[in-house]
Unconditional design. Structure first.
Length: 106
């Protein structure tokens, strides 16, 4: 998430601002989307559990290749591609949370 947002303010980085309305607000600090469920399998989650659950889900969607895009050797193009992948994964998770099927992830 640090690839796409500023944790201090919970806002998307400047070149990605056009996605902000689509993915919704993020919590400052954790960058947890405000729409992220407060329950899982009928159980209320603490804030820490919500963050851990979200981090696990986003890693599943983005895949293990995100780690190479955050390294010092990643090219600007690799970073842009990974940013897009994270944003598209967020949209997938949002649609899933809403019980909808995404039609356009670009």
């Amino acid at each position: 998430m640090l690839l796409i947002a500023d944790p201090e303010y919970g806002r998307l980085k400047e070149p990605l601002q056009d996605w902000a309305e689509r993915i919704g607000p993020l919590s400052p600090g954790s960058l947890l989307p405000l729409w992220w469920p407060e329950q899982a399998e009928g159980q209320c989650l603490t804030q820490e559990e919500r963050v851990a659950f979200f981090n696990w889900e986003i890693e599943v969607w983005v895949g293990p290749s995100w780690k190479s895009a955050v390294g010092d050797t990643a090219s600007p193009n690799e970073v842009r591609l990974m940013q897009r992948r994270v944003l598209q994964s967020l949209l997938q998770l949002l649609y899933g949370a809403l019980g909808e099927t995404p039609t356009n992830l670009d």
